[in-house]
Ligand binder design. Structure first.
Ligand SMILES: Nc1ncnc2c1ncn2[C@@H]1O[C@H](COP(=O)(O)OP(=O)(O)O)[C@@H](O)[C@H]1O
Ligand SMILES: [Mg+2]
Length: 241
């Protein structure tokens, strides 16, 4: 579904990512680990296509199409969705109106999710303005559920979210990823996690560790997570798997 080939990316002439190779087949969930500042968010931003992240070599293939030079909009239309680490607030846009517009545009019913995500009190507020970490994540997840992409990327979905809300988000994500696509094939995902909580809710197929913009280790995501907890990222750099 998604294939990243020898991708190197820079911003303001500073190299952020070097020779990244990742292949996520249809129906698989891959997990990205790495210390703060290692380039995880930059990798997601490069995949969705923010132009300030300049691809200096390599390419990104999605469902057989080379998307390396497409705009964010074009990539989204091909079926890539993203839950940002820090989504922007939009003053004057009430969540209620936003949900109505999304329902109209995509022909989906959102209010069942508003209930499930316990967002009823949020609905009369401006989008992401003074939302807590957990509230922002929930409003992001709501948008993803409507757009119904085939492939989603999640940037630390459990960061700043309390245990009860992690449970809500985790279960909804699982339900979403289990939705069948055409020809009975499932959706795929690429997920950044620090706490690993999200691993309790979905079956992860492969993990990677990113350090200083390079993938230093890849393999069984559960073993990788255990290794990080036991030995820390420094030891992982020597790849013990
Ligand atoms: N827009 C930007 N301008 C300059 N430097 C950036 C920008 N975005 C990210 N960086 C730098 O790139 C490195 C990787 O950042 P990031 O991808 O956010 O890391 P992570 O998500 O792994 O914590 C950091 O050193 C960060 O300061
Ligand atoms: Mg980040």
């Amino acid at each position: 579904m998604l294939e990243i080939i020898d991708l190197s990316v820079s911003i303001d002439n500073k190299i952020l990512l070097e020779n990244i190779n990742i292949k996520i087949p249809q129906g698989e969930n891959h997990i990205l680990f790495g210390p703060n500042g290692s380039g995880k968010t930059s990798l997601l931003m490069s995949i969705i296509g923010f132009p300030q992240y300049k691809v200096i070599s390599g390419k990104i293939i999605f469902n057989g199409n080379d998307i390396t030079n497409l705009s964010i909009d074009e990539r989204a239309r091909l079926g890539i969705g993203i839950v940002y680490q820090n989504p922007p607030g939009i003053k004057g846009l009430m969540l209620n109106n936003f949900v109505n517009k999304l329902e109209e545009k995509y022909g989906t019913k959102l209010y069942s999710y508003v209930d499930k995500l316990k967002m009823n009190e949020l609905i009369d507020r401006e989008l992401n303005i003074n939302f807590s970490g957990g509230e922002k994540k929930k409003s992001e997840i709501l948008q993803i559920l409507t757009q119904n992409p085939d492939f989603i990327m999640l940037d630390e979905p459990e960061a700043g979210v309390d245990v009860e809300n992690i449970n809500l988000i985790g279960n909804i994500l699982k339900e979403f990823l289990d939705r069948k696509k055409i020809k009975n094939r499932k959706k795929s995902s690429f997920i950044i996690t620090h706490t690993g909580y999200i691993l309790d809710y979905l079956s992860a197929d492969k993990g990677y560790i990113l350090i200083n913009g390079k993938i230093v280790c890849e393999g069984n995501p559960y073993r990788i997570f255990e290794l990080i907890k036991e030995k820390g990222f420094k030891e992982c750099q020597l790849c013990k798997l």
